[in-house]
Design a protein around this ligand. Structure first.
Ligand code: BDR
Ligand code: CA
Length: 318
């Protein structure tokens, strides 16, 4: 199986991504870095442990990350993801302990242990990865690929008029990550921005299909309660009674990059602008430098949504 290291701020759509990955027999999740974002790091750790325990996968280590972004004060998104990051669902508290290895060191270890094979998947703020790159500047050369959910390319932001949540929570970390991968001997990260992830619209019909396929199971029950909160949030934002499930799209691209169309770009993160801080500036014309990422420009979202629902239904745990 493909070794994959996950970095997340679980989070409702992070939960969906994690659960989806657990259904893929061709993937070995070597560890989960927990980053502050949607909720505080401790809550992210608890959520990751709780999902893993529910699914009988306590063999996967959960690594606590930094409680705060590199520079900017932490902001969290309980309005979007609920008081515990899982909407109206209150997961059973896990008894499993987190790993004693912190997230940044765990990134470095995973990259060395699975050198040239590791797939990195970052679906939260990039604090842990930035700290890992400070510990091991050559980490990018050891990855087979890195897939990031973050940024907004040609569409408005979802947190400021121009910036996306994962970038806003820790802009300095994002800037460090894209700079660190700006070298010829590292793979160009695949970056999934809002322009693509907001096409991944999980609807009440999908939720109903999940509930019908796995009636009375705990995973389906928790997800129903989580998704109801997520639908209400999006509805209150004027986006309709549905939810954008950004992170599962990134997870699917991480495992099957051929499902996405991409374009090379030089990506930089604005750190100064009073109005534009955390904006992702993608240059496709070589004005800022050679490409350091591949922007995901499209994906078969309908098929991905179907596959997501089917996978989650299969996971139903009694
Ligand atoms: C990103 O922000 C978070 O709230 C989601 O989990 C996703 O990773 C979308 O902007
Ligand atoms: Ca996330």
């Amino acid at each position: 199986p493909t070794p994959l290291f996950l970095d997340c701020d679980t989070g409702i759509d992070d939960s969906l991504a994690l659960l989806y990955l657990l259904t893929r027999p061709d993937v070995e999740i070597t560890g989960i870095a927990s980053t502050a974002g949607n909720v505080a790091t401790d809550t992210v750790v608890e959520n990751n442990l709780a999902w893993l325990e529910l699914c009988g996968r306590t063999d996967i280590p959960v690594h606590p990350g930094s409680p705060v972004p590199l520079v900017t004060p932490l902001r969290t998104a309980e309005d979007t993801h609920g008081p515990h990051g899982t909407g109206y669902a209150r997961l059973a508290t896990a008894v499993t302990a987190p790993s004693p290895v912190d997230a940044a060191h765990a990134w470095c270890r995973a990259a060395s242990t699975h050198a040239d094979r590791l797939v990195g998947l970052a679906i939260g703020p990039l604090t842990n990865l930035a700290l890992a790159l400070r510990l091991d500047p050559d980490l990018p050369t050891r990855l087979d690929r890195l897939v990031i959910m973050g940024g907004a390319f040609g569409v408005p932001g979802n947190t400021t008029p121009v910036a996306e949540w994962n970038m806003v929570v820790d802009p300095e970390a994002a800037a460090e990550v894209f700079a660190a991968f700006d070298r010829p001997d590292a793979p160009d990260p695949l970056v999934c921005g809002l322009d693509v992830t907001e096409q991944m619209s999980f609807t009440p019909a999908h939720a109903q299909r999940l509930a019908d396929a796995a009636p009375g199971t705990r995973v389906a029950g928790y997800l129903t309660d989580a998704l109801r909160f997520y639908f209400e949030f999006h509805d209150a934002q004027g986006e309709g009674y549905q939810a954008f499930v950004h992170d599962p799209l990134a997870a699917m691209v991480a495992l099957d990059p051929d499902r996405a169309s991409t374009t090379p770009a030089h990506l930089a993160v604005e750190l100064e602008g009073a109005l534009t801080r955390a904006m992702t500036v993608a240059d496709r014309r070589g004005m800022l430098g050679a490409p350091n990422v591949r922007l995901v420009t499209g994906a078969d979202v309908d098929a991905m949504l179907d596959e997501l629902v089917d996978a989650l239904a299969r996971l139903g745990v009694a």
